[in-house]
Each structure stands twice: as structure tokens, then as C-alpha cells.
Design a protein around this ligand. Structure first.
Ligand code: HEM
Length: 426
């Protein structure tokens, strides 16, 4: 096989398939060979150039003009006619939000919409977060066994996401199903039949986003980031457009929710699999903020992101023509020994853990990173205090096959309720 330059593709590059179990279970392990031998390679099964090393991934993020984010939310598997017809039937018109917007539109919009993400604004969300976290743990703490994903880690971040966005909570069960469909639609490889089912869910999600937005417009002084956007539209209609608001309503629910739900599940799983680290954290909760960064580095919830090359250029010595598509794998970059010595170890005191690329980097870096960090910190604080004796149950972890959004579908943990600290020391 040949790459787009006409050079032969190596056997390992030809075999790379991010929809298979190897990448799903561990993207950094799956790309270990690439970091060592071929840090930028063309993956024929994907039609993308894959970027695996820290410095190269960061360099791509840094230059968002040469490496445009416009394809970030494009369907990685183009849909067939039947699915396209379904999407058209729902009037599906997902377009630019922030994450996939080019300059100069992007920065103008990002600046206008930043205020609700400031630490002062985020502080208003902490009491609800604390209360929900406690209530959810109360529900299962005496049972000795729980699937943390189903019983807590999905719903609390979803409730927080809706609260942050200003979206009513009435449609929560539907939203879970819809956001999974959105992930498969954007980053997965569904079969032709699956595509049709996914298209119905995505179409419904699109329409629901439109309805929520229409209701919100009747009460634009309500709290939340989306009503804030509606108010900003009054003053700057050319920056905060109707298309932006509708697309963001849908993409924002997923961006704020699934990423964080997966991040918390990945963090708890990683720590429990590395018992000494977990025990260290339970003994010294001051380590929690850095532990959160170490978990995001080692086992983050956004494994890879995409960029489109806008002019002929070079990355890590490899020439790339305008039009090339890149899959930049942050999960691999975060395990690059050149940047993180002993990268596979979980080190809660690692002094550069915060330099992970899980939130991206540069002009588009995640706006919600501090909300996500807050959620992770509160969860770990509550778990280490109330369930320090929990352990992973025997299980095989499954993942929704896709390139980017990564977290176990279930996370079974067990403990002896008789040993609950609050029973022994009420
Ligand atoms: C952008 C990851 C949580 C809102 C991004 C990007 C990544 C990311 C990789 C693209 C960065 C780039 O292109 O350089 C994550 C992860 C999260 C998380 C791993 C949780 C652990 C959140 C939350 C919110 C949010 C909770 C909202 C409340 C956004 C927005 C952007 C973004 C609005 C677009 C920024 C721009 O393009 O200017 N996020 N995210 N994210 N994220 Fe997050």
C-alpha cells in the first residue's frame, strides 16, 4: 500500500485500526511502536495521518491556522445514502460551534462567551456538585457493590452539564442515548444498518436541541451558558449566530457531559488498578489536584482529536500536503517518555502532570477544563473519604468503539459495608 505521497506504508501503519479492541483498551499501548519508530504515519484504514509524539501533537495544536480544527466534528465514517436521507428528514444541520470554527470568527466568539467559565462563575456550581455527589454515594454506600458508571458517574456530570448550560433536566434519559449516538456518528465506524439507527437518534437530538433553544429564547435572562449566549447574540448577532447556537446546544451537552463522565470513570479505574496510588491518595487528600492531572494524563477521556492541513507543511520532519487530515492522539502523546519520564507509571506527585494534552492546547484549548477538574476533584474527595476500601470487581472493560471519546461503559466496584468509615466512626 502507498501513502498519499506515493511512499510505501509500513505493515504496522497498514494494520492500525482505532475501532478495534487494542486501541479501545489502551491507545498509548497500541501506539507504542509508533512513538518509537514512526511517530507520524499514514493509516490507510482511516485515511488520516496519525501523530503520536508529544512535541508533534503540541506543535499541531499550537498552529491552528496551518492545522485547522474545521474537521473536528466531521463524521469520521462518511454516512451512506440511507442514513443521509434520515438526517435530512430531521433537518439536521450541525455546523460550526467553537471547537471546529476557524479564525477570525472563532476567537471573537470565544472571547464573548468566556465569562461563565471564569473561576468566580464556576464557584456557583460547587454546592450543587457536592450535594449531588453525596446523594448519589448515599444511595449505594450500604450495598457493598456498584456500577459507578450507571449509578453515578454518568448522571452527575450530565446534571452538572445541564445546570452549567441552563438546560432543564427533564430529558435526561433521552439525552444519554442521544449523546452516545452523537459520539458514534462523529468518531465511530457504524455499519450501514447501525448508521440508520444512529441517524434517527442524532436527528432527534438535533430537533430536541432546537426545541430547548426556542424555549430558552422566551426567557433569556435565565442562568446558564446557553442563555448567556442568547443575550450575547442580541449585541453581536454576526458573532453569535443562530447556526452557532443550535449547533452548540447539541454539541455542548456532549462536550460538557460525556467527556467528564468518562474522565471520572477512567480516573477511578486507573487509581484502583494502581492500589498504592489509591491508598496514598486516601491517606493524603492534598494530593487530589495533582492526582486529577495525572489521571487525565495517564488515562484521559478524549484520546484523539482532528485537524485539517490548510497549506503544504511539515510535522516532525514529515511533509504533509494541504488537504491532509490528521488524527492527533493525545493519549499517546501523554505517554511519550521524552516528555513524561516513566510515563506508564501512575505518579501522583509527577511535577509536570499538568502538561498533558487531554484538554488540547492553544487557541482552542478546552474552555470547560476547570469545571471538569472541579468535578473530578469533588468525586475523588468524596470517594477517598467515604469508600477508601473499595476495590475493582472482576470484570472485562468495554468501550464504545470510536477514535476519541473514551471511558469504560461499566465500572463495577465492591467493598465491605461493615468497614465503611462513617459506620465505624459516625
Ligand atoms: C474543547 C476536552 C470538558 C467545553 C475541547 C477540546 C478538547 C476537550 C480536547 C479541543 C481542544 C483543542 O482543539 O485544542 C475535554 C475533556 C473534558 C472536557 C477531556 C473533561 C475531562 C468540558 C466541559 C465543557 C467543555 C465540562 C463545558 C462546560 C469545551 C468547549 C470547547 C472545548 C466550549 C471549545 C473551545 C474552543 O474551540 O475554543 N475540550 N473537555 N469541555 N471544550 Fe472540553
Amino acid at each position: 500500500q502507498l501513502d498519499p505521497r506515493g511512499c510505501p506504508v509500513s505493515a504496522a501503519a497498514a494494520a492500525f485500526d482505532p475501532f478495534e479492541d487494542g486501541y479501545q483498551q489502551s491507545p498509548p499501548d497500541e501506539l507504542r511502536w509508533a512513538r518509537a519508530q514512526e511517530p507520524i504515519f499514514y493509516a490507510p484504514k482511516l485515511g488520516y495521518w496519525v501523530v503520536a509524539r508529544y512535541d508533534d501533537v503540541k506543535a499541531v495544536f499550537r498552529d491552528h491556522l496551518t492545522f485547522s480544527p474545521s474537521i473536528a466534528l466531521e463524521k469520521i465514517t462518511p454516512t451512506g445514502e440511507a442514513a443521509n436521507a434520515v438526517l435530512a428528514q430531521y433537518g439536521y444541520a450541525m455546523n460550526r460551534t467553537l471547537v471546529n470554527e476557524d479564525e477570525p470568527a472563532h476567537m471573537a466568539r470565544r472571547r464573548l462567551l468566556m465569562e461563565p467559565f471564569t473561576p468566580a462563575a464556576l464557584a456557583h456550581h460547587e454546592p450543587l456538585l457536592r450535594q449531588l455527589t453525596r446523594e448519589y454515594v448515599d444511595r449505594f454506600i450500604d450495598s457493598g457493590r456498584a456500577d459507578l458508571v450507571d449509578q453515578m458517574l454518568w448522571e452527575v456530570p450530565l446534571t452538572m452539564a445541564l445546570h452549567f448550560l441552563g438546560v432543564p433536566e427533564e430529558d435526561m434519559p433521552k439525552l444519554r442515548q442521544y449523546s452516545i449516538a452523537h459520539t458514534v456518528n462523529t468518531w465511530g465506524r457504524p455499519s450501514a444498518e447501525q448508521q440508520v439507527a444512529v441517524a434517527h437518534a442524532v436527528g432527534n437530538f438535533w430537533q430536541l436541541a432546537g426545541e430547548i433553544l426556542a424555549k430558552m429564547r422566551l426567557n433569556p435572562d435565565a442562568p446558564g451558558w446557553m442563555p448567556f449566549g442568547i443575550r450575547m447574540q442580541r449585541e453581536h448577532p454576526e458573532v453569535v449566530t443562530d447556526s452557532y447556537l443550535h449547533s452548540m446546544m447539541m454539541a455542548g451537552i456532549v462536550a460538557a457531559h460525556e467527556t467528564t463522565a468518562n474522565a471520572t470513570a477512567n480516573a477511578v479505574k486507573l487509581l484502583l488498578q494502581n492500589r498504592p496510588a489509591w491508598d496514598e491518595l486516601c491517606a493524603d487528600p492534598r494530593l487530589i489536584p495533582n492526582a486529577v492531572e495525572e489521571c487525565l494524563r495517564h488515562n484521559g477521556s478524549v484520546a484523539a482529536w482532528r485537524r485539517l492541513v490548510t497549506q503544504d507543511t511539515e510535522v516532525g520532519g514529515v511533509k504533509l500536503a494541504a488537504g491532509s487530515k490528521l488524527l492527533i492522539v493525545m493519549a499517546s502523546a501523554n505517554h511519550d517518555e521524552a516528555h513524561f519520564p516513566d510515563a506508564d507509571a501512575v505518579d501522583l506527585r509527577r511535577d509536570n502532570a499538568v502538561e498533558h494534552l487531554t484538554f488540547g492546547y492553544g487557541a482552542h484549548q478546552c474552555m470547560g477544563k476547570n469545571l471538569a477538574r472541579l468535578e473530578l476533584q469533588v468525586f475523588l474527595d468524596e470517594f477517598t473519604r467515604r469508600l477508601p476500601h473499595m476495590r475493582l470487581a472482576e470484570q472485562r472493560f468495554s468501550y464504545l468503539p470510536n477514535t476519541s471519546f473514551r471511558g469504560p461503559e461499566h465500572l463495577w466496584v465492591e467493598w465491605d459495608p461493615a468497614q465503611n468509615p462513617e459506620r465505624r466512626d459516625p
